[in-house]
Design a protein around this ligand. Structure first.
Ligand SMILES: Cc1ncc(COP(=O)(O)O)c(C=O)c1O
Length: 278
């Protein structure tokens, strides 16, 4: 596999990252994951904007983000993925410097890594729906920054997998925020509800696309906290993410959502999403 590392396209096994890299020492870095359908980047501008924002929040401004479109294109090319479904992964850290909490000097270059890998979606999960578990949201209060500091997400997701579930969805102050690597939405009496864009969730690109589709399809949508106690009254629930697109939730912990099948609004949004991708 050919990857991008600090200005060069090289075999992945030749990448050498310093043990002094602040990504390794402090999780001092950000990342993006972009979906590629048939060789085309999906919603690339939104991803670049989010990456720029994440970098800005870490006070790592000044990178020319234009290069990432070109890097992604070349990675698809080099790895013969120009007509394939793939994922582009990009990570930028504050670079390598002797370990101390304070930022290193301006002369320290950032570390940039990017890779393209083939991606095979899982249509049966999108058709049948998945099980989720609910977990306390023990993350920090800047979940809007897409940092590589993902330990609470990793621990919660492992608990989901251990319990035979596809995702762990966080609950903060009684409200459902988002999943470990997805946003969450539910349908109450024909209205789609999802946690407000704030410091407590990542501004998901799929979530933004779904809100656009709701406007187009005249589906009422409301960015409002859903309280855990109200969840059993939801008619439909879905997970939204770059990799899993719109995945219906069929089961929460030990109880079934609705009749356990994807509901009409979920299906309508899935169809519209497919049309947009095609
Ligand atoms: C915590 C979290 N929330 C939401 C999402 C969904 O975002 P997107 O639709 O941009 O993939 C992700 C994606 O990885 C995530 O990690």
């Amino acid at each position: 596999m050919i990857v991008y590392f600090n200005g060069q396209f090289i075999p992945k096994e030749n990448v050498g990252i310093s043990p002094d890299d602040r990504g390794f020492l402090f999780a001092d870095g950000v990342y993006e994951v972009i979906r590629v359908y048939h060789g085309q980047l999906f919603q690339a501008d939104r991803h670049w904007q989010r990456l720029a924002r994440s970098l800005g929040e870490l006070r790592m401004d000044g990178l020319d983000l234009e290069i990432f479109g070109q890097i992604a294109g070349r990675l698809l090319d080099e790895n013969h993925l120009d007509n394939s479904d793939a994922l582009i992964y990009i990570q930028i850290t504050r670079g390598a410097a002797p370990r101390q909490h304070a930022f290193p000097g301006q002369e320290t270059p950032v570390t940039i890594y990017a890779a393209a890998s083939p991606f095979t979606p899982s249509p049966e999960k999108m058709e049948r729906g998945v099980k989720i578990i609910l977990m306390p949201d023990i993350r920090w209060a800047r979940c809007d920054i897409k940092t590589v500091a993902l330990l609470p997400n990793v621990l919660a997701y492992q608990q989901a997998r251990d319990g035979g579930a596809e995702e762990a969805v966080f609950v903060r102050d009684g409200a459902i925020t988002e999943g470990t690597h997805s946003n969450f939405a539910a349908v109450f009496a024909g209205q789609l509800v999802t946690y407000p864009q704030s410091h407590y969730i990542l501004a998901g690109i799929t979530r933004a696309v779904v809100l656009d589709l709701c406007r187009e399809l005249n589906i009422p949508a409301n960015e409002f906290p859903i309280f855990e106690k109200d969840l059993p009254h939801a008619d439909e629930m879905m997970l939204l993410s770059t990799a899993s697109e719109i995945t219906p939730v069929a089961q929460v912990d030990h109880w079934q959502v609705g009749n356990g099948k994807p509901g009409p609004i979920t299906q309508k949004l899935q169809q519209a999403f497919r049309k947009l991708v095609d």
